[in-house]
Structure formats: C-alpha cells, structure tokens
Write a protein that binds this ligand. Structure first.
Ligand code: GAP
Length: 440
C-alpha cells in the first residue's frame, strides 16, 4: 500500500485534523489551521515531547519566552546577516524558487524551470532574508522594526543565566521550549511539512566545552529513541550528517533525523553542536557577562550548547503518514490510522448496540466515568460496523460496545483497532483495562 499526500490531505480535511487557513477567502499560502482532532493530536505530540524532555529528567527545565524579542537578538544570532536563501525567478512564467532546490545550476542554460519546463530562463540568484518584519509601536519607521522569531532557540539563550540561577541548575543542564516560529519560506509546500508559521520543540543543553562531543552523541540517541515512544516505525527513520557545505552558520556538527515521507527522505529534526557561538555573540552584543562559574573546579567558562530542534507540525505530519493503513475486512477496504495510543486524539469510543433497552443510558454513564481520565467519544448513529469504521479512520484505539450481555452481567465488548480482537471486560475494571493500554 502506498500512502500518497493526496490521501493524507483529504483525510485530514474531511475528519477535522487540518484545514487550509482562511479557506473561505481562498486560503493563504503555506498557513494551516488545526481542527478538533488536529489540535488534540498536536497537543498529544507536544505533551509526549515535554514529558520526555522535562518531566522524565531532572536536568532540563522548561520556559515559554516571548515571540517578539529585541531586534538586537537577531543581529547577535547572525539571522539578520545569514538567515537567507538564494532566490531565483523564471523570466518566462514568473514562478519563484530556491536556487538550491533546482535540478542544476540556475545560471546554466540547460537547467529547466520546475514550473514551465523551459530551459535557461532563471534569473541570477539573489539572497532573500527569511525573517518576517513588523513594527513595534504606532510609528512605522525603520527604527521600530522588529522580527517574528524564526526559531525559539534565541529565547532560551538570552534566558540562560535567569534559568540557571532561579532553578539552581548546574552545568550540564538544559532548557526546553515549545512555541511558534515564523519563516518567509520561498518554496513552502508538501502540506504542513514546510510552512510559514509553525511550531518548534527545542531544547538547548549547556555543557562544559570538553564534554560537548559526548553530549552530542547522547542527545542523538535520545532523540531517535523518542520517535519509538510515539510509535513511528524505526525503518522509516535515519540519520543524515551535515557535510561542511550544509552546516548552518552556528553549527560545528549537525545531524538530521530524517523520515521517509511520500515525497522522499526529509528532515524531521536537527541535532546540533553549536559550540559557544550563541553565548559568545549574545555576550558581545548585550555587553552582559554570560559566563558560568563552576563551583567545584572554580572555573569560569562559556558553556557549549548541544541543541535538539524538532518541528511540531512536521512530527504531526509524520505521525499521520506513518499511521496510515489500508486493509480488507469482510471484503471491504478499511482505512485506519494506527496511531500509538499516546498520540491518538480519542482514546476510546462508546457505543450502545441499539438505541433502546436502556443501552444509551449505560453508554452515557460509561462516557461520564471515563471522561476525566481520557478523551472519549459517544456515538449511537448508524450500524455498529460503520461506527467502528469512523473511529478506525481517526485512529481511536478502542471501541466499547454496550449490548444485551451488558444488561445481564455488567460487561462490555472492547474492540482493539489494529488486531480487531474483542475482549469482554467488566464495567468495574474498564477504566483500569484502558488506562493500562493507553499509558505512555
Ligand atoms: N534552532 C535551530 C533550528 O531552527 P532548523 O533546522 O532550521 O533549526 C528545526 O529547524 C526544525 O524545525 C526542523 O527540523 C523542522 O522540523 C522545523 N521547521 C523548520 N522550518 C520549518 C518550516 N518552514 N515549516 C515547518 N517546520 C519547520
């Protein structure tokens, strides 16, 4: 079975995961809205990341920094100077591309335009800064220009000493943050893979310089393993090491974790050894000392930073693509999302077999009892088979049916989405039965 992006985009829209932004106005390029199931899925992605990166560790603290920062931050970080992509236009069809995404040198007369196919029609590449600008305050003049942050990392660096002193952490320790980032991408696309507004899940780990290589290896492994805990198939993931020409301006070493999307192997997350680039630059530009004093050794130094930087929307897309399955049931094709229970937007659906004999009342009571502990959904419309299919398609791992046997002995049928196995479970044990199976 091949998963196509058309199938994913269509299911995502139809079932309320992701809609085009401002759709009634014709949409706005590269911006998307998350619907009722999409926001549940997104919250579950973030909660799984936050749990792994902060709750389960005592050496990582969390923060939530402002999106708008002093413009000087982006001069210090190198974004004003270096956060650029080479842009080319086709002189014939006027389409615009990133020069490094073309098949061939843009100045070569044999390089075709990916849009109209004509050869040798590209303009000379020119550098385009990807940061969105706006104005702070009522006067729109250059002195008031500020930027929408293109990464969340800088909010962590400028708070390094605040967090270290207030939480009394000692190097090595990390700071984690989840938040929006904005990039005026030249060629956004592939649904929510590359957008202009997105969320990042970033963690910056501050270490003694001579231990940076060790921590880099540690975080590479930790991050790869995390995808296992949210059910992403290992064979669909790989590392890609950045060569000297690919390294970002701040990086000494970098690996991407890549996923095999329907459009090829692409970056899902970056792990970078940023050295002391960021703290040095912020120290220079802010004129505030950012050194750390190590009490046991009496050493004063600027820590090196090992960064893990994952895209939340990209992880959500990965989860959708990876979970998409089609099988055959009783001669019919069944589409289902085999989400890991941690990510599933709805953990259990409750159905009365028929709308009589008090079954809806019992089903409602089950929903009320489970609701404080997990996302549940009540459905009494249509044949039970159809109700199962609707839940399979949105990745609900368990469906609970109240039937005639329930009236006799207080037990219900619990049907598992992937195996289709059915268990008979007593009502008094139902919550424990489900919690054991959906626990992270
Ligand atoms: N602080 C380092 C940094 O931002 P990056 O490789 O530019 O590194 C990290 O971005 C991650 O953020 C990427 O691996 C990707 O998951 C996500 N990301 C970056 N640009 C994106 C975009 N335009 N749309 C969606 N996700 C994006």
């Amino acid at each position: 079975m091949t998963v196509t992006m058309d199938k994913i985009v269509s299911l995502a829209k139809r079932r309320g995961f992701v809609y085009p932004s401002s759709e009634i106005y014709g949409g706005i390029n590269a911006c998307w809205d998350y619907g009722p199931l999409g926001i549940r899925l997104k919250n579950n992605v973030k909660a799984a990341w936050w749990r792994a990166m902060t709750q389960l560790r005592d050496d990582v603290e969390g923060i939530d920094a402002a999106i708008l920062m002093s413009p000087e931050v982006w001069v210090a970080s190198g974004h004003v100077e270096n956060f650029t992509d080479p842009l080319v236009d086709c002189r014939e069809c006027k389409a615009r591309f990133r020069a490094d995404h073309l098949k061939g040198d843009p100045t070569d007369e044999n390089t075709p335009c990916p849009n109209c196919g004509r050869k040798g029609t590209m303009t000379e590449p020119r550098l385009f800064n990807l940061m969105f600008k706006t104005f702070m305050g009522p006067v729109e003049e250059d002195a008031n220009v500020i930027y929408l942050r293109p990464e969340t990392a800088q909010g962590i660096y400028v708070n390094f000493l605040n967090v270290q002193t207030s939480s009394r952490q000692k190097v090595p320790f990390g700071i984690a943050q989840i938040g929006k980032a904005f990039r005026n991408e030249i060629t956004p696309g592939n649904f929510i893979f590359r957008t202009r507004e997105f969320e990042q899940m970033e963690m910056q780990f501050f270490v003694k310089p001579d231990t940076a290589d060790e921590w880099f290896e540690h975080w590479k492994e930790q991050r790869l393993q995390w995808y296992d805990t949210i059910g992403i198939r290992r064979e669909k993931l790989r590392f890609h090491e950045h060569g000297p020409n690919e390294l970002a301006h701040y990086a000494r070493a970098a690996y991407d974790i890549e996923y095999e999307f329907p459009f090829g192997w692409q970056e899902l997350e970056g792990i970078h050894n940023r050295g002391d680039f960021d703290l040095t630059r912020h120290q220079e530009h802010s004129k505030k000392k950012l050194e750390y004093f190590d009490e046991p050794t009496k050493e004063r130094f600027l820590p090196y930073i090992v960064e893990t930087s994952a895209g939340c929307d990209r992880t959500l897309l990965t989860a959708l693509v990876d979970a998409y399955r089609i099988d055959e049931q009783d001669g019919d094709e069944r589409t289902y999302l085999a989400f890991h229970p941690t990510l599933a937007p709805i953990k259990a659906a409750v159905f009365p077999l028929v709308k009589k004999e008090g079954m809806p009342d019992i089903a409602h009571k089950i929903v009320d009892e489970l609701r404080p502990y997990m996302e549940v959904f009540y459905d009494e419309k249509g044949a039970v088979g159809r109700r199962y299919r609707r839940m399979d398609e949105i990745g609900t791992p368990y469906c609970i049916t109240v039937d005639t046997e329930t009236l006799e002995n207080d037990s219900v049928t619990v049907r598992a989405r992937d195996t289709l196995e059915q268990d008979r479970v007593n009502l008094s044990e139902l919550r424990g039965f489900l919690e054991k199976r959906i626990r992270p």
